[in-house]
Ligand binder design. Structure first.
Ligand code: SER
Length: 321
């Protein structure tokens, strides 16, 4: 299934279940807390906070995202990217956990000829926030996931916020077991390369204040309503559905790897260090193109500096190759 089909399948599934399809916003939004849109929920933040009322109770989108915090990991792991697309379904005070979890399960496990992604149910694991008995119960009793494939984790892993003051809540992450060839037994808590996170379901119900990005910040109180914000990584799904080992080898990125390989004369797969460089080029050129497309120009500060850094890393990688 190519990336375009994976994207369309997601939107069609949720549109047919009452969600309004919203096009991706620009990577540059007028939010002083963010350099770039870094999650599918960012354009909807005013709805979660109750600052604006949406004209639709449910939405679905595939949002362009840029995250540069893990830039040093790009190319070295199977799954880190500075640009990615996040497919999401959103409820603004409409449905909550009891529908969000079964909806995600249905799309992942329904056969391909019935609009799903055709994952084998026995490959799927879920994590929940350590005290979220309700999500664990829904996974087990409603969906039928065996208890041993539901793991509990703390705030750093299973409580989501934008890393800055704003909406937040406990989350449930869905993982796909790629099999023993990819790592240890023991589920996502033991090995996140073998057990690849594909989808995060956030139960947005609190507002957070200042503090560290991931844990130990202050919870200011409840949001006006209980909401759903989910994010499925399109590139990770493509890697699984296309049977390739990492997100740099999916249909859309392999083209860039091949071009960089042809230009440099270094074959992909011949040398592990060269492969890292080819994957950095594949990732960063895409990010740079998307930033330029949304109006960023290379510069010495802010967004322009991020773009410049991306381009310099591409040039450096190509020179080394
Ligand atoms: N906001 C959550 C995330 O980015 C789910 O969409 O993972």
């Amino acid at each position: 299934m190519d990336s375009a089909q994976i994207r369309q399948r997601f939107l069609d599934f949720f549109a047919s279940r009452g969600h309004t399809t919203i096009p991706s916003a620009s990577l540059i939004l007028d939010d002083p807390t963010l350099l770039f849109v870094n999650a599918g929920m960012v354009p909807f933040k005013p709805y979660f906070l109750g600052q604006q009322s949406p004209s639709f109770p449910r939405a679905t989108s595939v949002q362009k995202c840029v995250r540069t915090t893990d830039i040093e990991e790009v190319g070295k792991t199977t799954r880190h990217a500075s640009f990615f697309q996040m497919a999401g379904n959103f409820s603004f005070g409409d449905y909550f956990k009891e529908q969000a979890i079964p909806l995600a399960w249905e799309l992942l496990t329904a056969p391909v000829d019935q609009g799903g992604y055709g994952f084998s149910p026995d490959r799927i694991w879920a994590t929940v926030y350590h005290d979220d008995d309700e999500a664990a119960r829904i996974w087990h009793e409603v969906v039928g996931l065996p208890k041993e494939r539901i793991q509990r984790r703390g705030m750093a892993d299973n409580f989501w916020s934008m890393g800055v003051p704003g909406p937040c809540g406990p989350c449930s992450e869905i993982y796909y077991d790629r099999g023993p060839a990819y790592g240890r037994e023991g589920g996502p808590v033991a090995d996140e390369d073998r057990f690849l996170e594909v989808w995060n379901l956030v139960f947005m119900q609190f507002e957070r204040g200042e503090g560290p990005a991931k844990e130990g910040y202050e919870i200011l109180g409840d949001l006006p309503a209980r909401n759903i914000d989910t994010g499925m990584g399109l590139e990770r799904m493509a890697a699984l559905l296309q049977g390739v080992d990492n997100i740099y080898e999916i249909d859309t990125s392999q083209l860039v790897v091949d071009r960089a390989s042809a230009l440099s004369g270094q074959a992909y797969g011949a040398d592990p260090d060269d492969d890292v460089l080819l994957r950095v080029v594949a990732d960063h050129t895409r990010t740079a193109a998307m930033l330029v497309g949304d109006g960023v120009l290379p510069g010495n500060e802010g967004r322009g500096y991020v773009l410049r850094r991306m381009m310099r890393r591409v040039v450096r990688s190509m020179r080394l190759l």
